[in-house]
Write a protein that binds this ligand. Structure first.
Ligand code: APR
Length: 169
């Protein structure tokens, strides 16, 4: 089980082997963290994403990190669920985002991975519920990743992630 840390900051500044992108199915870029990662990685990221997409919700696909600063070598693109009230399998899709991203990290030999709060922005997933799913899924997924950093972009998200991590024991 990887060590899990909750931090606040910009995921494009993380010193890890792979950063996870909360993408849309096209993998061509967008707003939010997707936009930040594409701005930092440069135009080759959208070309690489377009070449391997579309990515289904709950799945994860890797590309190189291009212009992102070392040591980041990979971007793992995953597509979260759009929140529709909770009765449409959103929790299972979100859990799959974390699980598949760790599985992809293992195929890359990535040992340290940073995640944003997937689906809690534009896609509207309640951040408290999302944080519980993130921590539970990371703790229960067999992986060679030994350090996971959950990167919050704001204090509310950080508090939810920290509470979920503390409650997990
Ligand atoms: N670093 C870390 N986290 C960030 C950053 C950043 N630079 N920028 C935004 N975030 C946070 C948001 O504050 C939110 O907590 O990432 C979390 C996820 O929000 P979104 O980026 O809106 O992602 P999501 O809710 O999964 O929606 C995905 O939005 O940008 C589009 O193309 C994307 O269509 C896709 C959709």
């Amino acid at each position: 089980m990887p060590a899990i840390e909750v931090v606040t900051g910009d995921i494009t500044r993380e010193n890890v082997d792979a950063i996870v992108n909360a993408a849309n199915e096209s993998l061509l870029g967008g707003g939010g963290v997707d936009g930040a990662i594409h701005r930092a990685a440069g135009p080759r990221l959208a070309r690489a994403g377009g070449a391997i997409g579309p990515c289904a919700p709950g799945d994860a696909m890797p590309t190189p990190a291009f212009d992102l600063d070392p040591p980041v070598r990979h971007v793992i693109h995953t597509v979260g669920p759009v929140w529709e009230g909770g009765g449409h399998g959103e929790a299972e899709v979100l859990a799959s985002c974390y699980r598949r991203s760790l599985e992809v990290a293992d195929t890359l030999g990535a040992r340290t991975v940073a995640f944003p709060a997937i689906a809690t922005g534009v896609y509207g997933y309640p951040p408290g519920q999302a944080a519980v799913i993130a921590v539970a899924t990371i703790r229960s997924t067999p992986t060679n990743v030994h350090r996971v950093r959950l990167v919050a972009f704001d204090e509310e998200t950080r508090a939810h992630l920290a509470a979920a991590l503390a409650a997990a024991g």
